[in-house]
Design a protein around this ligand. Sequence first.
Ligand code: PLP
Length: 375
Amino acid sequence: MKKIQMVDLKSQYEKIKDQVDAGIQEVIDTTTFIKGGKVNDFQKNLEKYLDVKHVIPVGNGTDALQIALMALGLKQGDEVITPTFTFIATAEVVALLGLTPVVVDVDFDTFNISVESVKKAITPKTKAIVPVHLFGQNADMEAILELAKEYGLYVVEDACQSIGSVYNFADGRKVKSGCMGNIGCTSFFPSKNLGCYGDGGALFTNDDELAAKIRAIANHGMVVRYHHDIVGVNSRLDSIQAAILDVKLKYLDEYIYNRQAAANYYDKAFENCERLIVPVRNEKSTHVFHQYTLKLRNIDRAGLQKYLESKGIPAMIYYPVPLHLQKAYQDERYKPGDFPVAEELSACVLSLPMHTELSVEQLEYITKSVLEYVV
Ligand SMILES: *Cc1c(COP(=O)(O)O)cnc(C)c1O
């Protein structure tokens, strides 16, 4: 049996090696390392895949979030609502821009932002909501978009973990993750569902004006060469990464299928164990399983993690500390106990290996080992 890893990028690469290597070689042969053919090809193909008007590739997912907030023209003191149970980048860019991050609790079932909590957090200073489609499942976007409309707020989707996931609106429309709000952001970090071999990210929007502004901001605020109309940054996807992504995009649906098959295997193996709460599938959204995250009930998490480690099985805690309890974000507004669901999740979640190359043999070994400790 192959060594079990949280993510097995090597085995995945081996299956597409010829195409990836040829793509990289082509970039080197043409020496168009920045911008140019491969980036344009990938952009067009991703627009088609997502059915969105504009994809703007940038340097990484964190940049994408920052550029999104810059493009919306938010000003110092404007409040941006985001879940407290997420990766730090979401709140980080809000803080870096001098905006005020307002964190809210999440739903226990889905790990995603609680619409009720968002509603309660809206003030006259609120300008935007940044829902995070955590672990690969879309937040309750129908309700969030309604709320945004009612209060005149922007919605920036953090789709860094959910690319390819589909949301079903009540009227029958099916829309891909990141393409529902004003702007969607994603990351091509290697371990993400569509990962490159370095850093990468992108913004999505159906708004022509926003797209032009985003393009300018990502390129030093420049529309006409060496004329800088707005303050921008330098954030680009390089051509080698685009070449790799353009190959992998063709396999994204297959990769999602493999992740879902692994999740189904885990679900089935744990279905009779009351102390393991498997991820809840939401009928409004497909789940692309960036992570397969269990909630443990009356189980010594550190003990289980150690036991699995002794058997060669990695397991990770995403995320051990909610944003409002992070040192850098300590704030007189928040104290322990303020967001009980997020705090409970931080104490009971455990993510098992999840990637596109898990074999039945590996899944059998992992689930057996978990149950040995738990039952
Ligand atoms: C990975 C991730 C990011 C940041 O992406 P980078 O490309 O690493 O900058 C932001 N938000 C979430 C939820 C993520 O998972």
